[in-house]
Design a protein around this ligand. Sequence first.
Ligand SMILES: C[S@@+](CC[C@H](N)C(=O)[O-])C[C@H]1O[C@@H](n2cnc3c(N)ncnc32)[C@H](O)[C@@H]1O
Ligand code: SF4
Ligand code: SF4
Length: 440
Amino acid sequence: MFTIKEPNEKVIAFISTNHPQTQGLRLACWTIPFEYNGVKLMKNTLTGEIVSLTDEEFAAPEKVLELAKRRFVVPDDYDETAQYLQAVKLIRITQPESKGLKTYTILPTTACNARCVYCYEEGYPVKTMTKETADKLVDFICETRQDDEITLSWFGGEPTVCADTISRVCGELESRGVPFKSKLITNASLITKQLAQEMKRVWHLKNVQVSLDGSRRDYMARKQYINPVKHNYDTVMAAIRYMADEEIKIQLRVNFDKGNLVDMQSFIDEMEMLFGEYDNVRMYLYMLFQQQHKSDCLDVYKDYYELLLKNYDKRILKRKSGKSEFRTNYCMADNLDKSIVIDPQGAFYNCEHLPGNENSWGNVFDGVTDQNVFDELCSPSDVDKKCVGCAFLPQCTRFYRAHCPNSFDYCIEQNKMKTDFELKILAEQLLQHELSDKRK
Ligand SMILES: C[S@@+](CC[C@H](N)C(=O)[O-])C[C@H]1O[C@@H](n2cnc3c(N)ncnc32)[C@H](O)[C@@H]1O
Ligand code: SF4
Ligand code: SF4
């Protein structure tokens, strides 16, 4: 047995590895065995560790003491959920964090010039931030921020419709000596060379996500720009280059469903050609929520993973392999002591997907106005019934509140496909290694 991917040391530190005996043991629920062309692997989703095993070890893992020590196998009466919750709690309370908010997700407007046919914001009332609200927002940030650098995440609508508001807020924070950096989620159609320079200089923009839709034809069919002569596929490609030249890190997010997957290979090739040379431009594909809820969802995921497998050596698709995906909180919504969402009228939310008034619990003018909603949101949530015993819980979420648009009927199957994809690539690499060793 040997380790291919090291475990997360923080998690390891908080789980007991004291297993004196090899009797009465079974595979832990978070252990995923995987076999491919004779290669035998196991992944532990709690610690993130991946090991390669011999045929004998793979056939009877409960007899391997080392696997017991590393929590791939556990005693019959072991309570995985309790152990997981314990690890989350201990990691959270031992994280050295300064007091105050760290991330402000701000919607300067809900207006948008692109009108994507699938946008989940369709029908939201159009609201745009006034100068008065922007100035009050600056005061609010100064009063509630942590001492260390804060992050402003600019969201919308299309945030660059209100680039002047963003510059106003950032300029004021700068003059008050607040250390900050920005992130931006954008369709990029309004970004000129000049704006890209301002974004870097005034907004302190470090990361941007540009939302795309695949090939030129699919892009123009799915975006319904108000002025398609001025704002279109070519403007967006030029904008990506302007930002890349400013050394801003760029994630190209390509929304997909069954329809635009057909031309995705040629689109990947085009992006590789245009941006593969940039170290700061990467791309990933994301299934549209509408497709996630259709009955052919898993078939489409299958096609998607086959496409990824064919393209896994493309620079544009390379992702940093993190140490472990263990999550102590799922998203901004269960991290209220560190993160807040603020809409164009200055109203507070815990999630960028929930801007209906009924979900708000305060605003920049009056602070917290509904203590009950706020307290409810801050209270720790239990592990959802559906997630108890699920192999993917440590890298997924126990947080499962109503209305989350990321709730997903086929989550387990999709996570399994994702893990199989990761392990298949590792197995391929091992086989190629063996082959080249034999040739030497
Ligand atoms: C609502 S947009 C706002 C920011 C900006 N206008 C943009 O498009 O990037 C935020 C993100 O939601 C994504 N999005 C919108 N509707 C979606 C849907 N139905 N399914 C999945 N993602 C969606 C967009 O592609 C974008 O990445
Ligand atoms: S660009 Fe963004 S906000 Fe605008 S319609 Fe498309 S997804 Fe929605
Ligand atoms: S949401 Fe789905 S994949 Fe995630 S832990 Fe729960 S059951 Fe598992």
